[in-house]
Ligand binder design. Structure first.
Ligand code: SF4
Ligand code: SF4
Length: 184
């Protein structure tokens, strides 16, 4: 997912920890645990992706990618890691993010479909279960304004599934991105 101001979005940084993830080049990010109130969604939340593609599009947002994720994608695309970096990555401060494609869409978005869906970054896989969106009922309602998959008629997703998705993303973030060539 690119960047509806949700997925590839600045706000996402908050999920992973720093004050914000819309931080621009040169901004340092730090992974820390953030405590969120999970009690309000203990009964689960309703969500089902409609594949509208909105969260994979939009300017001034980022899809962060870890070293392990980049290696897996490079292998999948039969590219040398450096070639993969030159074609698909950009450096943002100390981190790496996917490049934008046409019209500020994620470089891997085609006709509202993700070309690397099975290997999409944890940031994408964990959406919309980001701490910043789960902070409160209010933040969840605001997310629903941008994601049509958050709707009353959607299937109920259990809280344990939601919590596991968020934890998986934070684990990926903690792996860091520093092993890829510096001039990507
Ligand atoms: S990698 Fe795929 S799911 Fe993630 S933003 Fe790009 S197109 Fe969307
Ligand atoms: S329904 Fe939501 S998660 Fe699915 S593509 Fe649209 S904005 Fe993204």
């Amino acid at each position: 997912m690119k960047k509806a101001q949700i997925t590839r979005d600045p706000q996402r940084s908050a999920d992973r920890a720093t004050p914000d993830r819309g931080d621009g080049p040169g901004t340092e990010r730090t992974v820390v645990d953030i405590a969120i109130n999970t009690s309000w969604y203990r009964e689960g939340l309703r969500f089902s992706c409609t594949s509208c593609g909105r969260c994979c599009s939009g300017p001034q947002s980022y899809v962060w990618i870890s070293y392990d994720e980049a290696v897996a994608l490079a292998r999948h695309l039969a590219l040398d890691l450096n070639d993969f970096g030159r074609r698909y990555l950009r450096r943002v401060g100390k981190d790496l993010a996917l490049l934008d494609g046409a019209g500020d869409d994620c470089v891997f978005l085609r006709d509202k479909q993700c070309l690397v869906y099975e290997l999409r970054p944890a940031q994408c896989r964990s959406f919309p279960w980001w701490p910043s969106l789960l902070e409160s009922e209010q933040s969840w309602r605001e997310a629903a304004l941008q994601c049509e998959g958050i709707r009353h008629e959607a299937p109920l997703v259990e809280a344990s599934v939601i919590d596991a998705a968020g934890a998986a993303e934070r684990a990926e973030e903690a792996k860091g991105h520093s092993d890829i060539r510096k001039d990507v």
